[in-house]
Design a protein around this ligand. Structure first.
Ligand code: IMP
Length: 426
């Protein structure tokens, strides 16, 4: 098995950074395929914490090729900052490659994201993600390579775009616009700094797959934040689902061997939007405190609730999950009883499939089963059999409800706190 796609099975923040880091130990190549600096992956190695927003977590392994694919919207300033931060800590970044055709997040995208979110109340990360993807689809955006090609064409397009954005910023929002010449110079300077990292990344990935090397596609955000299949409009503007890996990396679906969904043993979401199992009581507080559920990118407290198996079954369907990684299981250690949502009650009827519209979802009430907790510290377990019977019982129930085997189980944030039922990469 050589090509694995790793996706978030919930609303993001599932602990994908840790699982990516675990798999990256064996991977030859790690690829980000969507999103941008709205993502925040935390990796802990021997008491050192690394916060990565754009660069794949695989960068911590010197031999691993790390790719920012064409589907990622690149904030040049942020990626330069991230590179400098890694280099200062002695991490070799020479194995990073950034797609030449990735869209560039410009300062006006970030400004518009902030201004537009005041009215739309999505609760975005204000990193310019939506406006940059909108420009790409509108065919008025800039790709990195545009800044390396014909200067005259670039200048005229850039001037026109900045002036157009300035009109929106000034006339609709009564805020200050941008000086196009200064912005262009700054952007050219940033692209110049990144030149050694730029490449035709689709070709590099294809070569790796042809040579049967181990490739890991690292999804950001999660299934329920997918622009098509998430809880629209409370979603991000990209395709975190497994299909997004093909588009955002430039490879065909036949190249993918396995799809690993990462799910927390409970559920969280940041920002606005429906969340059927959300808890507003003391249990929700316990999950937030024990799970340290505060955004990596924005610091916002995350909304917390019980595990939702309806969501997980939906994630199995829209991603074609072959494996699951269950994370943060130790966060449930103190509970006397633990709930799992197995269905929704909608207009008096039980439904088992995730509704395809947000308006139906808003009228759904979760139906729970209750399982006994284990009330002991499981963070030192290293094998499945080390886990107390009630933990195994809980995991077996989740497996029964999702129909997907749990290949990895995380019982703490450290690299070594991972129980391996199936290595994925042999
Ligand atoms: P955007 O991606 O900044 O446009 O934000 C759109 C929605 O996705 C908001 O609800 C954000 O809170 C959410 N979101 C974006 N990135 C992440 C992430 O990495 N984890 C969790 N939620 C995210």
């Amino acid at each position: 098995m050589a090509a694995v796609v790793l996706v978030g099975a919930q609303w993001g923040d599932e602990g994908k950074g840790k699982i990516t880091d675990f798999l990256a130990q064996k991977a030859d190549c790690v690829v980000r395929y969507q999103g941008g600096s709205n993502a925040g992956h935390t990796v802990e190695v021997k008491d050192e914490k690394f916060m990565l927003h754009l660069i794949p977590s695989g960068i911590l392994y010197p031999a691993t090729l790390c790719i920012v694919g064409n589907g990622v919207v690149v904030d040049l300033e942020k990626i330069i900052e991230e590179l400098a931060g890694l280099q200062q800590r002695g991490i070799d970044t020479s194995n990073l490659r950034i797609s030449r055709i990735a869209p560039v997040v410009l300062p006006y995208h970030k400004k518009l994201d902030t201004l537009e979110d005041r009215d739309s109340h999505i609760g975005t990360t204000k990193r310019g993600i939506g406006p940059t993807y909108a420009d790409k689809i509108n065919r008025i955006g800039f790709r990195i390579a545009d800044f390396l090609e014909d200067r005259e064409i670039l200048e005229s397009r850039f001037k026109a775009q900045v002036e157009y954005k300035n009109r929106i910023i000034r006339e609709i929002y009564q805020e200050e616009g941008f000086d196009w010449k200064q912005l262009l110079e700054e952007t050219l300077e940033q692209v110049g700094q990144l030149k050694p990292y730029l490449a035709d990344t689709s070709y590099l990935i294809y070569q790796h797959i042809q040579e049967d090397k181990k490739v890991l596609f690292e999804g950001a955000q999660g299934t329920m934040l997918d622009i098509d299949h998430g809880t629209y409009p409370f979603v991000t503007s990209s395709h975190p689902i497994a299909g997004g890996a093909c588009v955002g990396a430039g490879i065909g679906p036949t190249c993918i061997d396995r799809v690993l969904g990462v799910a927390k043993a409970y559920t969280t979401r940041v920002g606005e939007g429906p969340f059927p199992t959300e808890l507003h009581d003391a249990d929700g507080q316990i999950l937030r405190q024990r799970g340290m559920e505060f955004g990596t990118t924005t610091g916002r407290p995350r909304r917390c609730g019980w595990l939702d198996a309806v969501v997980l079954r939906y994630a199995v369907r829209v991603n074609g999950l072959t494996d699951l990684a269950i994370t943060k299981l130790d966060v449930l250690d103190d509970f006397a009883t633990i709930k799992i949502c197995t269905a929704y009650r909608y207009k008096g009827q039980l439904i088992y499939e995730f509704p395809d519209t947000t308006s139906i979802l808003n009228q759904c009430e979760p139906e729970y089963i209750e399982l006994p907790g284990w009330q002991q510290d499981i963070s030192h377990a290293t094998t499945y059999n080390d886990l107390p019977a009630n933990v195994r019982n809980y995991l077996a129930k989740v497996e029964e409800l999702t129909g997907v085997k749990q290949s990895l189980i995380a019982v703490g944030p450290g690299r070594e706190q991972t129980i391996v039922n199936d290595q994925l990469y042999k």
